[in-house]
Design a protein around this ligand. Structure first.
Ligand code: TEU
Ligand code: CA
Length: 580
């Protein structure tokens, strides 16, 4: 990043749109039921037609797949399930040939327990060469090692159960914030950091264009690893205050920037996934002058429909909460920082089912509305595979239909606590990550054109109606609406440069805001009716007869100072505005 940069809005990625590929579920080229790199290569023209600038590839490294590849056993190779390094090079070349860039998933808070670093750390015992590469601690004093409560502290893991696993051979526990097969690396060890930096440089030399950094704000743990307040439901402590944006996080990210990215000749993109990050912290992480990361994924807006019982405790979203949250992030990052804009990824339920209306009457319209609202915010929009088709949550009938370790562990532990099967399934159907992981729906044939074999997780039966082939042929489809929004990112500078002003923040059905690009004298007005009934709104002055930039329904009449929005209608208007 040049020193003289005016602000993040002047970076190359400020008008880029990123598309996330979850390779396991994208396209299978060899009929083993699992998506692969050759499958991605064969679908690149589809992505080029959509018009996205950057592809983010979820992990494709060798892995035992305890967490679908987010448990890596070798950072410098490709899992045979997905192909070879030669396939990867062909993919990268084909992506670049089409004018797109490729960003890798960097999962370095933890490795797999089958990574050679971890087996050496474990088997070398205390005092061994690599012991300090991971977080090993003796049992709690006075407790019988290996029994409940003997863990070094009370932290629970993200995937149920304690964050510690006992190693009988050495009499110590290792820390894992996620599954027991995902031991946390010890970032306080300089050798660990240097080795990770060297690995990142190796990928950049291969030609990749940046990294999406998995839970990167969890890498610095508070010294002493103190207990956290006990959570009633699980009985475990919430240790997040001691590992979310821990004491050395800024130091580690600045060092990584220096060691890996500074002076790199090609334009790169870095995005840090940061659960629990606050607006103030995110502004520091993304301030270009601090040279840490370009942007972050924050989680506030995807936690608003969650009850006190945790992520599977579902409650309806209040639109006023969503507006307050996203509006605060728009204002908070301001001119200094930069937002990542997303509703969907491989960890979240499908947005049309979650925040829209996936019934046949409003599915397409509400999906277009959600896309319009998101893409008109300030920041870099992310599209998750299938979102551009309005893919919806899956009709999981029983626990046997789920594959995700988080869902399976939750189900097991809740059953043991006496929660009823239907209640557990209800939470999983609404929130389970497998909703996002059913195969990409390419066409109406069996298994949706994803595989000629048996898919690793069932295809959503709605693929007969909802698929890429049908939508490519229909100029009015959700796909083409996304294509137009992405094109607008490239052609209308106000999307990148305009400031953000929320209108009617207390309205429970209307999402409305303006984007004013003072430099170019352009202002945009976004109006979105989040509901299945007509909505009459009074507009601010001066928007009568303004141009329509994009909409999800054909206009019936020019805009007037009082206008009626039809169910799930979204429209964007544009006018000149020089003076203030
Ligand atoms: O996710 C981290 C994260 O905090 C969550 O989205 C998490 O999946 C969820 O909240 C659990 O309730 C990242 C990856 O995106 C996810 O797929 C991995 O499972 C996780 O890290 C561990 O690598
Ligand atoms: Ca395959």
């Amino acid at each position: 990043m040049p020193e003289n940069l005016a602000g993040p809005a002047d970076s190359w990625w400020s008008n880029a749109v990123v598309y996330q590929i979850y390779p396991r579920s994208f396209a299978d080229s060899n009929a083993d039921g699992i998506g692969d790199l050759q499958g991605v290569i064969e679908r690149l023209d589809y992505l080029a037609e959509l018009g996205v600038d950057v592809l983010w590839l979820s992990p494709v490294y060798p892995s035992p797949h305890d967490d679908n590849g987010y448990d890596i056993s070798d950072y410098q190779d490709i899992d045979p399930l997905f192909g070879t390094l030669a396939d990867f090079d062909r993919l990268l070349h084909a992506v670049h040939e089409r004018g797109m860039k490729l960003v890798m998933d960097l999962v370095v808070n933890h490795t797999s327990d089958e990574h050679a670093w971890f087996t050496a750390s474990r088997d070398g015992g205390p005092g061994g060469d690599k012991r300090d590469w991971y977080v090993w601690r003796p049992p709690r004093e006075g407790m019988e090692p290996g029994t409940p409560g003997a863990e070094p502290n009370n932290w629970g893991s993200f995937f149920s159960g304690p964050a510690w696993t006992y190693d009988e051979a050495s009499g110590e526990y290792y820390l894992h914030l996620f599954s027991r097969k995902q031991p946390d690396l010890n970032w306080d060890n300089p050798e660990v950091r240097q080795t990770v930096h060297a690995m990142m440089r190796w990928w950049l030399e291969r030609g990749v264009d940046g990294f999406r950094m998995d839970v990167i704000n969890l890498i610095s743990k508070a010294p002493g690893l103190p207990d956290g307040p006990v959570h009633e439901g699980s009985g475990y402590g919430d240790g997040s205050a001691h590992y979310i944006c821990g004491p050395r996080i800024h130091e580690y990210l600045a060092e990584m920037h220096r060691e890996v990215f500074d002076g790199h000749p090609r334009p790169l993109l870095t995005v840090g996934e940061m659960p629990g990050v606050t607006v103030e912290q995110a502004r520091r992480f993304t301030d270009p002058a601090r040279r840490e990361v370009d942007m972050v994924f924050q989680f506030e807006h995807v936690g608003l429909d969650q009850g006190p019982g945790g992520k599977f405790d579902v409650r309806p979203l209040k639109l006023t909460d969503l507006k307050a949250s996203l509006g605060r992030w728009q204002a908070g990052l301001g001119e200094t920082g930069w937002n990542s804009l997303y509703f969907s990824n491989h960890d979240q339920p499908r947005v049309v089912s979650r925040f829209g209306d996936d019934s046949p009457a409003y599915r397409d319209r509400s999906a277009k509305l959600l896309a319009t609202v998101l893409h008109l915010h300030r920041g870099t929009p992310y599209v998750y595979q299938g979102e551009e088709l309005a893919m919806a949550n899956a009709p999981f009938a029983s626990i046997g239909d789920f594959r995700d370790i988080e869902s399976l562990n939750h189900h097991r532990d809740q059953l043991a606590l006496g929660t009823g099967e239907e209640q557990i399934l209800d939470g999983l159907r609404h929130r389970g990550r497998d909703n996002a992981r059913t195969p990409m729906q390419w066409d109406a044939t069996e298994h949706a054109g994803f595989t000629a074999g048996t898919p690793w997780i069932a295809v959503n039966p709605d693929h007969r109606r909802v698929n890429a082939k049908a939508q490519l042929a229909d100029p009015d489809s959700v796909f083409h609406h996304y294509r137009r929004l992405i094109e607008l990112r490239h052609t209308e500078p106000a999307l990148t440069h305009g400031d953000f002003h929320m209108l009617h923040p207390d309205h429970e059905q209307l999402y409305a805001f303006t984007r004013h690009d003072r430099e170019r004298g352009v202002e945009l007005l976004v109006l979105a009716n989040f509901g299945g009934t007509d909505l009459t709104v009074d507009l601010p002055d001066g928007w009568e007869d303004s141009d329509t930039l994009i909409a999800n329904l054909p206009a019936t009449s020019p805009l007037t100072s009082r206008c009626t929005l039809r169910p799930w209608e979204a429209r964007v208007h544009r006018r000149s505005r020089t003076a203030d």
